[in-house]
Design a protein around this ligand. Sequence first.
Ligand code: NDP
Length: 297
Amino acid sequence: MTAKILDGAALARTIRAQCAVRAAALTKAGTQPGLAVILVGEDPASSVYVRHKVKDCEESGIRSILERMPADTTEAALLARVEALNADPSVHGILVQLPLPPQINERRVIESISPDKDVDGFHVVNAGALMTGEPRFLPCTPYGVMKILEDAGVELSGAEVVVVGRSNIVGKPQAMLLLQRNATVTICHSRTRDLAAHCRRADVLVAAVGKARMITAEMVKPGAVVIDVGMNRIPDGPNVGKLCGDVDFDGVSKVAGAITPVPGGVGPMTRAMLLVNTLEAAERDHAAGNPPVAKAI
Ligand code: NDP
């Protein structure tokens, strides 16, 4: 079998085009959507991600504000910056790029963002809303994965789904979203006994581990849908340093029914869903009559 390639890059292009239409309509109605991105320090990977996010906004008609703060920024200074953006009515979404330098408590910073502007969906209020089935902002990566599955027409109701990874930003919210679509969800992690046996049961397998090519063909049921969230650097060999996923694409694509590539799968969808969340925040704000200060819960 040769798996169908689930082209996240193409789907992301379509979603970005839809976002541009929504942004133009909202701007015409008097509210230009605005996203503030805070980058603390100069981590090279974070700098690239932030540049992409700003470029995506520009191309979609969303105003972006990039705030760069030095690596020795204090937690108090960052919290003050977030507070000012919480109170700025022209800013509908706030994103603090992670990871943060060691002197700053990430959780405290995430919880300082107004839940109404938390377009990453990491605030405990939004995580709780997702858990109880009334989500407001979905974390961008799991949201993007759901869109890929929806676009591919994958039947989730009653399906055996295995999510490998249980982080707060990918694995756990991913499992919740799949559960809400009536899948039977198994979450695997580093202490799981016989990971391969769990994976082989999956009609849909989501890998969000952070280990280059660890999901191999023998771990995949023939015909399964395989979603590769991983973004790793190839550790050795002729392609050393190049981007690769958690899935051994060459082997698994001969067994799976459908598979996302890396790059060009989940990554572009994560970026696209940030635009969607920002637009949703701006549309809600506009519908509420553009209150000058977003209400923090
Ligand atoms: P984390 O490091 O926070 O979590 C990794 C998870 O994988 C943990 O739950 C860990 O288990 C589990 N794990 C580690 N080793 C094994 C193993 N040998 N067997 C089974 N489970 C294991 O990573 P993230 O969730 O933040 O990210 C996961 C991957 O997705 C990374 O490659 C990251 O770069 C990528 N990513 C990609 C995005 C995109 O847009 N495409 C966005 C976000 C992340 P335990 O909890 O027991 O430690």
